[in-house]
Design a binder for this molecule. Structure first.
Ligand SMILES: NC(=O)c1ccc[n+]([C@@H]2O[C@H](COP(=O)([O-])OP(=O)(O)OC[C@H]3O[C@@H](n4cnc5c(N)ncnc54)[C@H](OP(=O)(O)O)[C@@H]3O)[C@@H](O)[C@H]2O)c1
Length: 329
């Protein structure tokens, strides 16, 4: 089976590529920057230069491909808008996949997208799901919540560095999942017939509020968090002012996501049936506490090593923060 992965340099895409290669699949990755994607080649993937927003690059990448896994999304820092990448680019990819007679298309969506038509990325995900379902392609849609990898930058590092941790008024609990566990579901979908032409939630073992996550980080790091509450009204004002400038549209569209987080509605779903269909075992899924525990253990070990080196090295202080070196994104 030859799989084309789009978005393989991303947080989730790289785990999908790694797992697909480990499972013995032939993996091709459509990438915008060959240099940035060199690690994928080292793992054994074939690299094809392309861009969702350059339609002509898609048919050559799809030649001889059995299945497409789409893990791409507009980068907040990119000049290309969410509409250009996540809508127009995806429509082009789906049309090209149909023309290339691809056997299966796996799309990574967001849980509860239909509940937030005012949030651009949510509305685009809902529309893409519909477009895919009506495309005539065999498909599997996986609806994700948050990634545990994002928690390190959001809570872990600021708490360790004594920096403020930002929290919106009422924060919705989110069932975060480790991207390595999500990757197992993605690759399993390629071989389990019952996943064809269906959508499934893929979420972590339980939903956590921001306050609960901060509590876990405080306990594991032995430090108190400096919590700064951001009123949702202020975020809305910042967002509308950012919409004013085209270069900051992506940031504004991302900020719209705070509506989801501040809604108070949990981003969570039952996974009992999903584990059965995918024949995976919930006891093997990383818990949020387990994930953070591993992160802080490695940090503490690193700090001890640095302290030892400092004592040995005439008290020279490390110039860079040690915390960023050990997160496993
Ligand atoms: N992050 C979350 O918490 C979360 C939650 C729910 C669902 N999801 C969904 O999960 C999927 C993966 O998200 P992620 O956070 O792993 O993404 P990410 O880390 O932001 O990576 C985005 C990927 O898309 C690629 N990309 C961007 N624009 C492109 C273009 N024009 N043409 C081709 N490739 C392009 C990027 O390539 P470059 O390296 O070249 O920029 C990168 O590989 C997305 O569908 C996302 O909506 C994410």
């Amino acid at each position: 089976m030859t799989i084309l992965i789009v978005g393989a340099t991303g947080t989730l895409g790289r785990q999908v590529a790694r797992h697909a290669i480990d499972e013995g699949h032939k993996v091709r990755c459509l990438v915008r920057n060959l240099k940035k994607a060199a690690f994928l080649k080292e793992w054994g993937a074939e690299l094809v230069r392309g861009d969702l927003c350059r339609e002509e690059t898609l048919p050559p990448a799809l030649e001889g491909v059995t299945a497409v896994i789409d893990a791409a999304t507009a980068r907040p820092t990119d000049s290309l808008s969410i509409k250009k990448v996540d809508w127009e680019g995806k429509v082009a990819l789906l049309n090209a996949a149909k023309a290339a007679n691809v056997g299966q298309f796996i799309f990574l969506s967001i849980l509860n997208a239909e509940m937030y038509p005012e949030v651009p990325l949510m509305e685009i995900k809902r529309c893409t799901e519909l477009f895919l379902a009506e495309s005539g392609l065999n498909y599997t849609i996986l609806r994700l919540a948050g990634f545990m990898q994002g928690l390190i930058g959001q809570y872990g590092i600021p708490i360790l560095e004594g920096q403020p941790v930002w929290v919106t008024g009422e924060s919705s609990p989110i069932a975060y999942m480790d991207t390595q566990d999500i990757a197992k579901f993605v690759i399993r979908a390629l071989s389990v017939e019952e996943t064809k032409n269906k959508a499934f939630p893929i979420v972590g073992t339980r939903a956590w509020s921001a306050e609960e996550i901060i509590g876990v980080c405080e306990r594991l790091s032995g430090k108190d968090a400096k919590i700064t509450r951001m009123p949702i009204g202020l975020l809305r004002a910042v967002r509308s002012s950012l919409r004013f400038f085209q270069w900051s549209w992506n940031v504004a569209d991302r900020l719209a996501f705070t509506e989801v987080i501040a809604s108070g509605k949990p981003l969570d779903a039952s996974m009992d049936e999903v584990y059965q269909v995918f024949a995976l075992d919930v006891s093997e899924t990383t818990t949020l506490e387990g994930y953070l525990q591993e992160y802080f253990n490695r940090i503490m070990k690193k700090l001890k090593e640095l302290d030892y080196q400092k004592t040995k090295g005439k008290g020279k202080k490390p110039k860079r923060s040690p915390f960023k070196n050990v997160n496993n994104q």
